[in-house]
Design a protein around this ligand. Structure first.
Ligand SMILES: [Fe+2]
Length: 193
């Protein structure tokens, strides 16, 4: 199936509305990640079109979760091995969904690779060469997961400082320059409040 006669703006809105209705927690997380991704892209001095591209990728990075059962998304505590395997497919689901819409296909790398890590420990492929957009989204995603309450994360929330420290001390997983840009963007924002 291919749907080609809708604008990118319309499609992103429709997909985000579906996500909001399906799972509000993931929707709100995606909005925060998109915002952070935009700020970090700006801080890194990326061209305007890349800032916008990364922001759109941030919005849609977890869209594949609309195909993951709510019982898994909302499960308190640890997931079983099988449930975790299901959860790990969401970047691929997201990518398959975007393939349907030619105007959204260029966002596939940002969505498909956002859980990959530089040391190859991520998923779904375990690759270590990761598009910059997906690296930025992945770092903002991890930061938000550490600092915001989620149903399946019963661990104590980390402060901004603790979360940045955790990301900075794993340069083999997370691009240090991006983490630094995130830190600066957050500090700057706090200073302006
Ligand atoms: Fe994700």
């Amino acid at each position: 199936m291919e749907v080609s006669n809708y604008s990118e703006y319309y499609l992103i809105r429709r997909l985000m509305t579906s996500l909001r209705h399906y799972h509000l927690t993931t929707y709100l997380h995606s909005i925060r990640v998109a915002r952070l991704t935009y700020l970090v892209s700006k801080k890194l001095g990326l061209p305007k079109d890349e800032q916008i591209y990364n922001c759109k990728g941030g919005l849609l990075h977890d869209i594949g979760k609309v195909l993951v059962p709510i019982s898994i998304l909302d499960k308190p505590g640890l997931l079983t091995e099988l449930e975790y395997e299901f959860m790990k497919v969401h970047p691929s689901y997201g990518s398959e969904m975007l393939k349907i819409f030619p105007t959204l296909r260029d966002l596939i790398p940002a969505v498909l690779y956002h859980h990959e890590r530089l040391d190859g420990s991520g998923y779904p492929f375990g690759v270590s060469i990761i598009p910059l957009s997906a690296q930025i989204i992945g770092i903002c995603d991890s930061f938000d997961a550490m600092t915001t309450k989620r149903p399946y994360n019963e661990k104590r929330l980390k402060s901004i400082h603790e979360a940045i420290f955790e990301l900075k001390t794993q340069p083999y997983k997370y691009n240090y320059n991006i983490v630094e840009a995130l830190e600066k963007a957050i500090k700057e924002e706090k200073g302006n409040q």
